[in-house]
Design a protein around this ligand. Structure first.
Ligand code: GRG
Length: 318
């Protein structure tokens, strides 16, 4: 079996960031905050976070913060809860969450260490039924429930939202097959399952999940090649090594898949010459799949990688 090409992947991630005119950088311009989270967390798992200039990253992140408190995907773009979580996660990676307190004029009533939480505008995005909108335009999705809960949990401010209603909304998105969708009645999808199970784990509500039923649906995602797909009859994709595996770990059913075959599938998706990991063997690599490939290997206890937390999607030591 091939080995993880650690040095090549580190080089690849750093090069994507440096080469701002590359196709990948240009098409990712509006979601650079997500890219920063994927690339930097991958570097940390690989033990190479010290290859980046922390001050540069933090100063750029702060330039992406808006008056509402939320963060945008890059300077000059609109704020969204998706990028707000990535910003908070990157600040957490560098142990710099305290910068959220600097030079802010509105002091919230939060008495914990991170007083600016209300400025992140997350609490204001909770709707009457407990769901969350992603931004001022109102789209609702269980991704946003997870993001709100994860962000507030990192900032020790879960008490700023109605957790009971948030949990009850997530449970209203549970399907007969044991999985979860974007909104009530939405098709079960591994990405949404991660969000719902993660949010339930972070709020101490996993007892609402039928673990055997959901575990069955999730382990059925493994196909012949060893890779995992996101729903029935779909192609395998390295990113589901994160969405499916983290969910299986949270519900304690990870022993229901063939871990060795999955490790081999992820390693087969590497570009061993130029670094990076793709969705499937021989496809073009990108930072998203590189991160979720490395994160999946970390969940599989691949030697030499830092351990990652399946609910927070951050290295355990963070
Ligand atoms: C901090 C890890 C972390 C996540 C933040 C944004 C988010 C919360 C979660 C996204 C969950 C999600 C919906 C993941 C799925 C992404 C994906 C590969 C979608 C592709 O969907 P299709 O329909 O692909 O194009 P399939 O594989 O179904 O054919």
């Amino acid at each position: 079996m091939a080995e993880l090409a650690v040095d090549k992947h580190v080089k690849y991630i750093l090069a994507v960031e440096k080469n701002k005119d590359s196709f990948e950088s240009v098409v990712m311009d509006h979601l650079r905050m997500n890219g920063a989270y994927w690339g930097l967390t991958a570097l940390d798992l690989l033990g190479k976070l010290d290859s980046v200039n922390v001050d540069e990253v933090i100063s750029w992140i702060l330039k992406c913060q808006h008056e509402s408190g939320g963060f945008s995907g890059n300077i000059g773009h609109d704020p969204h809860i998706l990028y707000t979580l990535s910003a908070v996660q990157v600040l957490a990676l560098f142990n710099k969450l305290d910068v959220l307190d600097i030079d802010k004029s509105i002091v919230s009533s939060c008495t914990s260490c991170f007083a600016q939480v209300s400025k992140l505008d997350i609490t204001g995005l909770q709707n009457e039924d407990g769901s969350f909108s992603g931004d001022m335009w109102g789209e609702v999705d269980t991704r946003f429930s997870y993001i709100a809960i994860c962000c507030l949990s990192i900032l020790c401010c879960l008490d700023k939202i109605n957790v009971e209603k948030a949990v009850s909304y997530i449970l209203s998105c549970k399907n007969l097959d044991g999985g979860f969708g974007c909104t009530p009645g939405g098709e079960s999808h591994a990405g949404q399952i991660f969000c719902c199970v993660g949010a339930l784990a972070l709020t101490g509500s996993l007892h609402y999940v039928d673990k055997d039923l959901l575990g069955w649906w999730l382990c059925e995602r493994q196909v012949k090649s060893g890779g995992l797909n996101g729903r029935p009859e779909k192609l395998p994709d390295v990113c589901y090594s994160w969405w499916v595996l983290s969910s299986l770990i949270m519900i304690d059913r990870v022993h229901w898949i063939d871990k060795e075959k999955l490790v081999k599938f992820i390693l087969d998706c590497q570009d061993v010459e130029n670094g990076g990991i793709s969705d499937r063997p021989d496809d073009a690599v990108d930072v998203y799949h590189t991160y979720f490939g490395v994160a999946g290997l970390s969940l599989l206890n691949y030697p030499g990688l830092k351990a990652i937390d399946p609910a927070y999607a951050l290295p355990v030591d963070v």
